[in-house]
Design a protein around this ligand. Structure first.
Ligand code: KG4
Ligand code: ZN
Length: 363
């Protein structure tokens, strides 16, 4: 029926993904394998393990996506692969695989931006996004504010700002580690924060207020906040009353009579409030400044309950349409790459055959 069939391949971090999209928005297959389970005992991703897992999963994942769609590789019209940003070894495996498929079939290959894919993917689930839109990408690896006027055309995406240090999910994971919670700590910190009392403990906001309104209006910084939390916990640890308690343990998730004996929930609450205040305040500012009436949110951190609640309230109050894809499309996947490839392929030439991964990819 003239609709092009796009194969999207994702391998920027620890997920190997392949998906097929017909036309620009019809998702017909989506398969993801992850090596996340390997990292709990290390407390973080080990790039070498991730690269090897991509190598093992690449063909099975692509094959299973084609099977799911009832398609053959020859039926595919164009192939897209995430060119970055991400772990260089992980990217290299996906790109080498995608080049092999493109060369074998003679199909055009596009190296595309993974971050923009996090936003474009929403169109596969919730339909075409009204532009211009502000995009907020929040995950363990990225925290970006973007202005989207066109998903595919060169210059259609402008970076308004981003984190100067840790990503929002990364900051949550680091605080989780300080509190002795399992990796990744983000969801645990989020869960505990819901049991805390607002303002019981307040932490500073990074790059906030008039001082930064001109120089960093849409930028974020979370590493000072993470240090503030660590210091707060250390301070408690060092008081002899706490240290000499017979039940003292570094495992702060430990409970006494069913309750955590450090104010873990209060710490999580104060920390979560600080991160989300920065995210919401700067995102709403970007919407006001650009006049965009749509906000698209993507990335694994968009699971955060406080962010969802807060953005929902602010968008409603300001007449902004809030678009957040279901969680399985927020974490890394092939569908996001197929979605952005379908848009890019209409506006650009295929990538040169010698293109390389870019670990810190420009937009
Ligand atoms: O997009 P994603 O699955 O992986 C990449 O980073 O690419 O995002 C995972 C990140 C982790 O840092 C995880 O701790 C965080 O998102 N995360 C959360 C929540 N769910 C996942 N952080 C805070 N609250 C949550 N509910
Ligand atoms: Zn991602």
């Amino acid at each position: 029926n003239g609709e092009k069939l796009t194969l999207g391949i994702e391998s920027t971090c620890d997920e190997t993904g392949a998906a097929l999209v017909a036309g620009k928005t019809r998702l017909i297959a989506n398969v993801v394998a992850t090596s996340m389970d390997e990292y709990a005992r290390y407390g973080g991703i080990i790039p070498e393990i991730a690269s090897r897992a991509h190598l093992e999963s690449f063909l099975p994942v692509v094959t299973s996506a084609l099977d799911q769609a009832g398609a053959k590789l020859e039926d595919v019209d164009q192939i897209g692969v995430a060119a970055g940003p991400g772990l260089i070894g992980s990217l290299a495996v996906g790109i080498a695989g995608a080049k092999a498929l493109a060369t074998a079939t003679g199909k055009p290959l596009y190296g595309v931006n993974h971050v923009i894919g996090h936003l474009a993917v929403d169109q596969l689930v919730n339909g075409t996004i009204e532009l211009p839109a502000v995009g907020l990408v929040v995950s363990g690896g990225h925290t970006n504010l973007l202005l989207i006027t066109d998903f595919g055309a060169p210059g259609g995406i402008r970076e308004l700002g981003g984190t100067l240090d840790d990503a929002s999910g990364e900051a949550f994971d680091k605080v989780g580690r300080v509190l002795g919670l399992p990796y990744p700590g983000g969801p645990h910190v989020d869960r505990l924060s819901r049991e805390g009392t607002l303002h019981a403990i307040d932490f500073p906001r990074g790059l906030a207020g008039a001082k930064y309104a001109k120089t960093h209006p849409y930028d974020f910084s979370f590493s000072g906040l993470k240090t503030a939390v660590a210091r707060w916990v250390d301070g408690l640890e060092r008081t002899p009353e706490v240290r000499n308690r017979p039940d003292f343990t570094k495992d702060f998730s430990a409970t006494k009579e069913g309750k955590p004996w450090l104010p873990v929930a209060e710490i999580c609450k104060g920390f979560s409030e600080s991160v989300n205040d920065s995210l919401v305040t700067k995102t709403m500012q970007a919407l006001a400044d650009t006049g965009a009436k749509t906000l698209v949110v993507g990335g694994g951190y968009s699971a955060n309950s406080r962010l969802r609640e807060w953005l929902g309230k602010e968008c409603e109050a300001n007449g902004v349409t809030l678009r957040i894809p279901p969680l399985k499309f927020c974490t890394d996947n092939g569908a996001q790459i197929a979605a952005i490839t379908a848009a890019v392929a209409e506006a650009r030439e295929p990538s040169a055959p010698d293109f390389s991964p870019v670990s810190a990819l420009d937009l």
